[in-house]
Design a protein around this ligand. Structure first.
Ligand code: SF4
Length: 209
């Protein structure tokens, strides 16, 4: 499926409505959110859900969350977009990926990590009566968009809440996020998020020294 095309068709439909639907947008950090918010803000009444128990260590979790809020302030969206946070509990992540710790990036460890975060987002969206839910995760070229959308599709049926199909890296989305990060001076992390991706980054850095 061409997820970008699906998104464009959906946005065309939404543009004809009298009012904006409510979208719960799972977000992992400021840089990934920047382009997605710029793109979707005129179509949806957006609430961000910050649920990222995968992020290690806790100082990094806080830094990414605060940079997201910092972007909203600088982009003048602070008063129109709410940020909801599910309290940080790294055990959610470690339980979800048990037995897969040693697998690398783009492995089934990552599949479980996407699923954990999307499942919470779908549950939250259903509980608080959103029209749609989706995630910023597909903007990263290091993540598997087909898996993200497959999980979204399963959860759409499980919770009876519409999932917004997307591949935000398309249409130069990733490039635009880099431009926005530079323009707004956003902190861009150098590893995906979990302690395993941090360790892999450190090994790579040592090799390059
Ligand atoms: S590498 Fe990224 S997506 Fe994969 S498990 Fe770690 S934080 Fe999650």
């Amino acid at each position: 499926m061409n997820y970008q095309l699906e998104l464009e068709k959906k946005l065309e439909e939404i543009a004809k409505l009298d009012s904006k639907p409510k979208l719960l947008l799972h977000a992992c950090c400021g840089p990934c959110s920047s382009y997605v918010l710029e793109y979707l803000n005129c179509y949806f009444d957006i609430t961000i859900l910050y649920y990222n128990p995968n992020i290690y260590p806790d100082t990094e979790y806080v830094r990414r969350r605060d940079e997201l809020k910092n972007f909203l302030t600088k982009f003048k969206l602070k008063d129109t977009i709410k940020v909801m946070e599910v309290p940080y509990n790294p055990d959610d992540y470690y339980n979800a990926i048990k037995g897969k710790e040693k697998l690398g990036e783009k492995s089934s460890r990552c599949y479980e990590c996407y699923k954990l975060r999307l499942n919470k987002s779908a549950q939250y969206a259903k509980e608080y009566n959103y029209d749609y839910f989706t995630t910023t995760l597909s903007i990263s070229p290091y993540k598997v968009s087909a898996w993200i959308n497959e999980i979204g599709s399963t959860l759409e049926k499980k919770y009876n809440i519409k999932y917004l199909y997307a591949d935000f890296k398309k249409k130069n989305g990733y490039k635009r996020s880099l431009e926005l990060s530079a323009e707004y001076g956003l902190y861009r992390q150098s590893y995906c998020g979990c302690k395993y991706s941090m360790e892999a980054r450190n090994i790579q850095n040592k090799k390059e020294d």
